[in-house]
Structure formats: structure tokens, C-alpha cells
Design a protein around this ligand. Structure first.
Ligand code: ADP
Ligand code: ADP
Length: 221
């Protein structure tokens, strides 16, 4: 469902973050991306989400050539993807529920469904991450682990078939990290394709994850 075919990414300034990467990610797979800081993990995730485009080669996601998509196709791609990026950027002056509803507004779902439906979907997402009852809270009043779960609820509110997370447990206490990892594993068990960049691969490797390691933008064996 996701294919990298000889993909290179060179940023302005000449730094090569990915170097001729070829990789197939199957439907329903739990893929753990390991590698040192600067190895190219975030870049790989951003290419899947069309947040960056390849300098050469081809990235296919759900049949879409994400480097050559028309601007008008990006919302279709985004709706099938959930993103938990390193900076979760919750809106601190908006309620937890408002934060989780955000992707529905961005993708125009609120106009198509109703505000009530959006609230229901956001509440369901909060329930899945164990935050029922926190709808009206402001994110600043929550712990780091709870804020991360709000970011995950926001990522799954569109019920994406692919979920991408960049270091989702990096700044969490071990107990919180284990909770978050268990949550991701439950999405995997429900059939969601998961791609995680993480240093904590031991949280996933006993559970059928495929681990690949990047170094200098290349796959290590
Ligand atoms: P990782 O996620 O494994 O730490 P990244 O994909 O963030 O790796 O970065 C890979 C390389 O690309 C690093 O050397 C980084 O400095 C560089 N890089 C990442 N983003 C940019 C950018 N926007 N502009 C220039 N260089 C970048
Ligand atoms: P529901 O029970 O809401 O009808 P499904 O039967 O489709 O949902 O899936 C069962 C469970 O799998 C859901 O309750 C949910 O926990 C999880 N799940 C399925 N798809 C997703 C997704 N895209 N994102 C997050 N969780 C999902």
C-alpha cells in the first residue's frame, strides 16, 4: 500500500536525507523505523504524508503518486492518513474536544456532516485513547502522556487506514510510553497500517512489528 521506489530527498542547502531508498509497506503492517538522529526517519514519514516531496524516485500511497499529485488530491490523501508528528502542536487555548475536531474542520468534514456528528466522532476518538471525560479540559492542564493521547485522538478522528507517528513516546515517562505503545498496538490489531519512528522499538518488536533501520538515508540490513 506504500511503496518507495529509489527515493532520494535532498533539502535545499544540499543535505541528502534519503538516498535511493526502496521499500514496500504492506497493508496492515506495523513498521518500526529505527536509526540515529539525522538518519532520515522524519523525512521518510513526511514523504508518505506529502509534507515533503521526493527529489527523485517515486512514493506511492494508496495508489497515489504523492510526489506528483495535484494540489486538489492532497485532502484525499490526508483523510486516509493520521499523523502524530514530533511537535504535537495542540491549541492550548482550545478545549480537548475542539483540538480533536480540528482535522474534521480542515478536511471540510464538518460542512459535509454536522457539527453534532463531528462532536460524536471526536468523542469516540477520545474514548479510544482513554480520555473520555476530558472533552472540556484545556490541554495545558493535562500531563505529557495525556497531551500525547489527545494528539493521537486527533490523528485517528478521520478513522485513517494509515497512522504515522514520529517519536510518539520520546518525552514520556516509561509508564506513559508503555500505555501509548499499547494503544498503537491496539490500532494495529484493528487493521490499521502503522509506521512509527522510535528509539523504543522494544515496545513493539515482541508484537509482530517489522523493524528497519536507517543510516545516512539508506536502509541497513
Ligand atoms: P531523523 O528523523 O532520523 O532524525 P531527519 O529526516 O529529520 O532525520 O533528517 C535527516 C537529515 O536531513 C538531517 O541531516 C537533517 O538535518 C536534514 N534535514 C531535515 N529536515 C531538513 C530541512 N527542512 N532542511 C534542511 N535539512 C533538513
Ligand atoms: P466500530 O466498532 O467503531 O464500528 P470497527 O469495527 O471498524 O469500529 O473497528 C473496531 C475497532 O478498531 C474500533 O472501535 C477502533 O478501536 C479500532 N479502529 C478501527 N479503525 C481504526 C482507525 N482507522 N483508527 C483508529 N482505530 C481504529
Amino acid at each position: 500500500m506504500i511503496q518507495f521506489d529509489h527515493v532520494s530527498k535532498t533539502y535545499p542547502g544540499g543535505h541528502t536525507a534519503l538516498d535511493e531508498l526502496t521499500l514496500d509497506i504492506r497493508h496492515g503492517e506495523l513498521l518500526v523505523l529505527a536509526g540515529h538522529s539525522g538518519a532520515g526517519k522524519s523525512t521518510l514519514l513526511k514523504l508518505v504524508a506529502a509534507l515533503e516531496s521526493p527529489s527523485s524516485g517515486r512514493v506511492m500511497v494508496n495508489g497515489l503518486d504523492v510526489g506528483r499529485m495535484r494540489q486538489s488530491q492532497i485532502p484525499y490523501l490526508r483523510r486516509s492518513l493520521g499523523l502524530v508528528m514530533q511537535e504535537h502542536r495542540l491549541l492550548m487555548d482550545r478545549s480537548v474536544l475542539d483540538n480533536v475536531m480540528l482535522p474534521l474542520q480542515v478536511s471540510g468534514e464538518i460542512a459535509r456532516t454536522s457539527k453534532r456528528e463531528a462532536i460524536t466522532r471526536a468523542s469516540v476518538a477520545l474514548e479510544k485513547v482513554g480520555l473520555s471525560g476530558f472533552e472540556k479540559a484545556l490541554p495545558v492542564t493535562l500531563s505529557g502522556g495525556e497531551q500525547q493521547r489527545v494528539a493521537i485522538a486527533r490523528a485517528i478522528v478521520n478513522r485513517p487506514s494509515i497512522l504515522i507517528a514520529d517519536e510518539p513516546t520520546a518525552h514520556l515517562d516509561p509508564a506513559y510510553a508503555r500505555d501509548i505503545a499499547a494503544l498503537f498496538r491496539s490500532f494495529h490489531a484493528a487493521g490499521v497500517t502503522l509506521i512509527l519512528a522510535t528509539h523504543d522499538d522494544t515496545l513493539y518488536s515482541p508484537y509482530g512489528a517489522r523493524r528497519i533501520e536507517l543510516a545516512h538515508g539508506k536502509l541497513m540490513q
